[in-house]
Design a protein around this ligand. Structure first.
Ligand code: B4P
Length: 191
């Protein structure tokens, strides 16, 4: 596998976080999740966390300014120089453009965008199950549907953004975790 600068795209609950952990071990590059970083900021009650909490709980996107700031800080650390799995970033066109600008300044661009495809009702069920297990504040049905709507408006257009550079590889995301993981590896090998 030669692609190491990877963006994972997919609806909320598509399994980006789950697959990013596996892929990160497989490729030996860091897993960078803006969702995890924001949840850590919320838990630590930092100024960013205090600003982000209500927005995340409502199923909306945290501002580009905040998210681009935390992503840039993480991507410029030494361990990301050889590659990374970006999980949940970029989520808007503004974030994608900022990422391209940053990568132009510090090295080469994205190698591959892995897009996990899922069906909405299956995902609602998955996230309600996660709500039982993890109790995440944004995993209730109203918020889940709002996150889906926001995904369709703000994030889905990024598929076209990366497809214009022939970087998109679609991976069906409704199989088991192992099946999806194998499909991700196969998609990268073909990239
Ligand atoms: P994220 O943390 O990115 O969360 P997500 O999209 O809901 O989940 P993901 O797709 O990673 O699914 P997971 O593997 O966990 O974002 C949370 C919030 O943070 C956003 O709504 C937003 O407010 C904010 N945010 C984050 N990044 C931002 C950005 N760039 N800009 C602005 N705001 C931002 O899987 C879900 C569940 O399914 C898990 O329970 C898992 O165990 C299960 N699962 C996974 N794969 C499965 C499979 N194949 N089969 C069965 N179950 C599976």
């Amino acid at each position: 596998m030669s692609s190491t600068k990877i963006v994972l795209l997919g609806a909320p609950g598509a399994g980006k976080g789950t697959q990013a952990v596996l892929l990160s071990k497989n490729l030996g590059v860091p897993h960078i999740s803006t969702g995890d970083m924001l949840r850590a900021a919320v838990a630590a009650e930092t100024p960013v966390g205090l600003e982000a909490k209500a927005v995340m709980d409502a199923g909306h996107l945290v501002s580009d300014q905040i998210v681009i700031g935390i992503a840039e800080e993480r991507l410029t650390q030494d361990d990301a120089a050889q590659g990374f799995i970006l999980d949940g970033f970029p989520r808007t066109l503004g974030q994608a453009e900022a990422l391209d600008g940053l990568l132009d300044r510090i090295g080469s661009g994205i190698d591959c965008c892995l897009a996990i495809t899922v069906d909405t009702e299956g995902i609602v069920e998955r996230l309600l199950k996660r709500a039982e297990l993890e109790g995440r504040a944004d995993d209730n049905e109203t918020t889940i549907r709002e996150r889906m709507r926001v995904y369709g408006m703000e994030t889905a257009p990024l598929l076209g953004y990366y497809a214009a550079r022939s970087l998109v590889r679609e991976v069906p995301g409704m199989g088991s975790v192992d099946e999806v993981s194998q499909a991700m590896v196969a998609a990268l090998e073909a990239a």
